[in-house]
Design a protein around this ligand. Structure first.
Ligand code: MN
Length: 189
């Protein structure tokens, strides 16, 4: 686990994102979904694994409908502190735009092997205990594209599956502060 890629992409004199260090604790199972209004609006899905946040950019955000597979492009590991980051990444910096904490909570590994093994094998099965996202989700690796690992994020067909509720489009405020993207932008100067 390394934060080299994360730290190289950013100038911490300019951005207020955490510089981060790898946490010594290995016990946590936090997840966060951040809505990120950058050059293209997307949702960043992050899972705590061995002291860092394994991360995926999900262009359309998670769906509660098991029939809708959502593309999830794996991105660089982020520091654990990043789960509390909500604010503005300044112009000219990597990921410039507004970041909102859209959902957060803990997750459980549903597989009987370690998450590190699951990541290597390309199949992660977890249960989320969030506010807007609950129940089983699977992340399935399907191919490499230009050195990027492409996965699919799929809701499992359990009693939390819902073909009608579309929280990505109906829940537009921060789960942490109740602010809209616009309010975060205005209040971060
Ligand atoms: Mn992002």
């Amino acid at each position: 686990m390394s934060l080299n890629h994360y730290q190289k992409k950013r100038n911490f004199k300019k951005t207020s994102e955490p510089k981060g260090k790898i946490s010594g604790k290995k016990s946590g199972h936090a997840f966060v979904v951040q809505k990120h209004d950058a050059s293209q609006l997307h949702f960043d899905f992050r899972l705590e694994v061995d002291g860092v946040l394994k991360s995926w950019a999900v262009p359309k955000g998670p769906s509660l409908n098991p029939k809708e597979k959502r593309l999830a492009v794996q991105t660089e590991d982020h520091p654990l502190d990043y789960k509390d980051f909500e604010g503005v990444i300044p112009e000219g910096e990597y990921g410039a735009g507004v970041v909102m904490i859209w959902d957060h909570g803990n997750f459980k590994n549903l597989a009987n092997r370690s998450l590190t093994k699951c990541l290597q094998q390309g199949l992660i099965e977890i249960s989320l205990e969030g506010h807007r996202l609950k129940g089983g989700f699977a992340l399935k690796f399907f191919r490499m594209d230009n050195k990027k690992r492409l996965w699919l994020l799929i809701k499992m067909n359990d009693d939390q599956a819902d073909r009608k509720r579309k929280p990505v489009s109906t829940q537009t405020k921060s789960i942490k502060t109740g602010r809209t993207l616009y309010q975060i932008k205005k209040q971060s100067h």
